[in-house]
Design a protein around this ligand. Structure first.
Ligand code: AMP
Length: 481
């Protein structure tokens, strides 16, 4: 169900901003959530990222805050009225940017605070006074402790990507933050899943919430063409080159399961001539924002990322997503491929399946309630720079067939090494990088595309008091990937 924004009687400055965004009709989450939030009721919403969830909560919230709009320069006239909490820095930045766009014709002020950045500029913004504060929990607590953020006039709280906040271990931080807020308020909780933990959080902090579910977490967008190709590790890079070339795809996200894999794959693809950046939790905030920006402006074509680092990133028109590793958690499959085919565009999701992935693929089948067909990729003869070509299973085969034969695992797993084209020992690498165990870099080596930029800022802000520095060692950071 979609309907027009004009049915909502949004205030003129908001309606104008929406029109400028080019939105023609509401997405299903917007059509359902906006009228409810406008009445001031609590909401528990299940919606995937990419469904237009940010506008679904921020437009009605801004509309209700318009009564506080004023052009006074006094900070006291601009207390925080709405607090939006998100699990990662990138998500916080992205949501804050969207809110600023929706609010641009109003006098309402908004800002964002997240870790990994100098606290000073954030403090200056907070001290000027803002009506809408977007934050990650850890950094918000830093500002609360430093008395930069006063939350006793908050009327609206949004807990966005609440399931991921709990996964990261933010529950104690959330509980502390919520304890600073007035009891009389509207609370909106959005989560991909309504797990028992989420339900418990909701029952503690929401009052008679209206439940809105638009896309169940086991549903993938129908606009995404999904393929599962059989490949071993060397063959996976070959497959990426092949798909990019045969489909004429310029940009893609490539998901891996570990920081180690992320760094190594990015390095390999870069060496093979593809403009690549890595996005994972060991990158400084500055580098991560630059990598994203480079991807957005086309200086980088491939963004190799881990799940948490990439969670919810909204980059328009990503034509393809590769799962270099099958995700350990089937729900992450849905999140990953949700990066493509957004807002009605068509997208391609390619998952590269190796011999030991049978159980993980079966988990995805169970979640999607669909049979997954593992296909063989046909290769061009002239693939450059990739050794061990032709090491990919040939022959289409259905996963369930192998299960029926009593295996459950792909044929290749039961084959002796070197047979059926799979599992030959990897060739000795000439780049010593690949022979070293993974280490968190003490000093980040700059990728070529940002070689001229000034040095990245340190990971822990010099403005964080020593007390917090020690505490930070014992608690989950804003983003861990
Ligand atoms: P979100 O799920 O909030 O991350 O939004 C995903 C993307 O959809 C963002 O780029 C929004 O700008 C875009 N979007 C949100 N609402 C609409 C709409 N009604 N029509 C078209 N695009 C939209």
């Amino acid at each position: 169900m979609t309907s027009s924004f004009s049915n909502l009687s949004l205030a003129e400055p908001l309606a104008r901003a929406v029109a400028e965004m080019g939105y023609e009709s509401m997405t299903p989450i917007q059509a359902q959530a906006i009228p409810v939030v406008l009445t001031g009721q609590d909401v528990m919403g299940a919606a995937q990222t990419g469904t237009g969830k940010t506008a679904a909560f921020s437009l009605p919230l801004l509309q209700r805050l318009l009564k506080h709009e004023n052009s006074s320069t006094s900070p006291a006239r601009h207390p925080v009225r709405a607090l939006v909490l998100l699990p990662t820095r990138e998500l916080a930045d992205q949501v804050a940017q969207q809110i600023a766009l929706y609010a641009k014709h109003t006098k309402l002020r908004s800002t964002v605070v997240f870790g990994g950045m100098d606290m000073k500029p954030q403090t200056l913004e907070l001290k000027k006074g803002v009506e809408v504060l977007v934050a990650t929990p850890g950094r918000l607590l830093d500002h609360i402790e430093a008395k930069n953020a006063v939350l006793n006039q908050v009327e609206y709280v949004v807990l966005d990507e609440a399931d991921r906040m709990l996964d990261i271990g933010f529950l104690p931080d959330l509980q502390r933050i919520l304890s600073y807020l007035p009891k009389q308020r509207t609370t909106l909780l959005f989560s991909a899943t309504f797990s028992p933990e989420i339900k418990r959080l909701a029952s503690s902090y929401l009052q008679n919430p209206v439940t809105i579910e638009v896309a169940r977490p086991n549903e993938t967008a129908s606009t995404v063409e999904q393929h599962f190709y059989s490949a071993n590790d060397e063959g996976k890079r070959h497959a990426i080159h092949q798909v990019l070339k045969s489909r004429g795809i310029k940009q893609a996200f490539i998901f891996v399961n570990s920081k180690l894999g992320c760094a190594r794959l990015a390095r390999s693809l870069e060496r093979e001539g593809l403009k690549t950046a890595a996005l994972h939790g060991d990158k400084s905030q500055d580098e991560r924002l630059k990598a994203l920006e480079a991807f957005k402006n086309g200086a980088v074509d491939l963004l190799v990322c881990t799940d948490v680092a990439a969670r919810g990133l909204d980059i328009k028109d990503v034509p393809a997503v590769f799962n270099f590793d099958v995700p350990f958690n089937a729900e992450d499959y849905v999140h990953r491929i949700g990066r493509t085919g957004r807002a009605g565009a068509s997208g391609l999701a390619v998952t590269l399946v190796s011999g030991s992935d049978a159980r993980l693929v079966a988990d995805i089948e169970k979640l999607l309630k669909k049979k997954i067909e593992i296909e063989a990729l046909e290769y061009d003869e002239d693939q450059p720079n990739i050794r061990n070509q032709g090491r990919i299973n040939d022959g289409r085969r259905h996963w369930r067939e192998s299960e029926a034969q009593g295996g459950g695992a792909p044929d290749r797993e039961r084959s002796p090494r070197g047979q059926r084209g799979g599992f030959r020992p990897a060739p000795v690498s000439r780049d010593p990088f690949f022979d070293r165990p993974y280490e968190t870099p003490a000093e980040e080596v700059k990728p070529a595309w940002e070689a001229t930029e000034r040095a990245a800022t340190g990971r822990i802000s010099p403005n964080i008091k020593p007390k917090r520095k020690v505490a930070a060692l014992f608690k989950a950071p804003d983003t861990v990937a």
